[in-house]
Design a protein around this ligand. Sequence first.
Ligand code: F0G
Length: 348
Amino acid sequence: MKKGILRAYGKYLPLTADTPALSLCEGDTPLVPVCNLGRELSVNLFAKYEGLNPTGSFKDRGMVLAVAKALEEGARAVICASTGNTSASAAAYAAAAGMPCFVLLPAGAVALGKLAQAMIYGARVLAVRGNFDRALEMAREGAARAGYAIVNSVNPYRLLGQRSAAWEICDELGRAPDWLVLPVGNAGNISAYCAGFEFYSELGLLKSLPRFIGVQADGAAPLVRGAEVDDPQTVATAIRIGRPVSARTARRAVEMTDGRFMSVSDDEIMDAQRELASSDGLFAEPASCAPLAALLRLKREGELPKGLTVVMVLTGNGLKDPDSARSRVRPPEEIDGTFEALSEALGL
Ligand code: F0G
C-alpha cells in the first residue's frame, strides 16, 4: 500500500513530533522493465516511472517534506520559480497543507499541462518576462523579503526527500544499478540521487554506487560545456536552465562515480520520446527522454557495454506536454461514419 514518503521513509528524514503528516501518497513508483528497447540496446533496462507521482513528476518526493516543514516552521506561504513541474507540485502540496502558494514561471516557456495544474490547485501564478534562471533569482529575493518558504531545490528539504527515489530503486533491485541515467536541469535531482545512494552505502546496504550519466539538451548544457549558458533553448522546457544551482554537487556525483555529462539534440530527444512510447508503451515528457536519447547514441557509437543493469529516470509524465508530442506525429485521418469508409481506410 502506498503510504507517502514521510511515512515510508520517515526514519531517514528530519521529522519531529510537530511535522505534519502531509501526504498525497507520493513515491513508491514502479521500476518498469523496458524489455523491447533493452533488447535493442543489449542491456537490462529499467525505467523509474516518476510520472506516476500524484502531480506527475518526481518533484512530489521532496515537495511533501518541504511543504510539511514550511508548515511546521510557521511560514506564511510558499513560493517558487519553475519550468513547470516544481510549480505544479508546490501548488498541490500547498493546497493540501492549506497554505498560499506563489509561482513564478518563465513566460511562454512552460508546457500547458503544468500551467493548468498550478492554476487549478489554486496557486497565484506570475509569468515572468525572462527565463527560469531570472525567475529563480526573483523568487529567492521575494522569499527572503516576505518570509515565505522557498520550495525550489535551494530548500534543503527538497533534496532530502528526493533521495527516496534512490532508496526505492535499491530496495527493489536489492542493489544499485550499474548505471543511473537521468536528465539534468537545475541539477538537484542528480545530487539527491547521489546522496541517497551514498546514504544507503553508509548504512551498509550497498556495495557500490551506480555510475551517473547526467543528460542535458544541446542548447541548455552548462554542465557539459563547463560554463553557464545565458540564453538556454530546448524543446525540453523542463530542463531549459543555464545556471544550475546544484552544479557543484552534480559534478561531484559524476566525478565520484566515474560517470559523465552528455548533451543530446532536440531531435534526438523527440525521436527517443516516440521510440519509448511506441516500442515499450511508456509516455514521458521530452526532458525525461533525454536519457534514452543518450543511451541510443552511446549504443550507436559502441560505448554502451553489454549486459549492464541500467535505470533511466522518467522524471515527468508525457501528458503534461501533449503539444510537443503531437507536433512530431501524423494527425489522425478523418473519415466518414460509414463501414465503407472504415474498409477503405484500413484496407479491410
Ligand atoms: N525532468 C523534469 C521533468 C523536470 O521537471 C526537471 C526539473 C528535471 C528533469 C531536472 O531536474 O532540475 O533537479 O536537475 N524541473 C524544475 C522545475 C526545474 O521547475 O520543474 P533538476
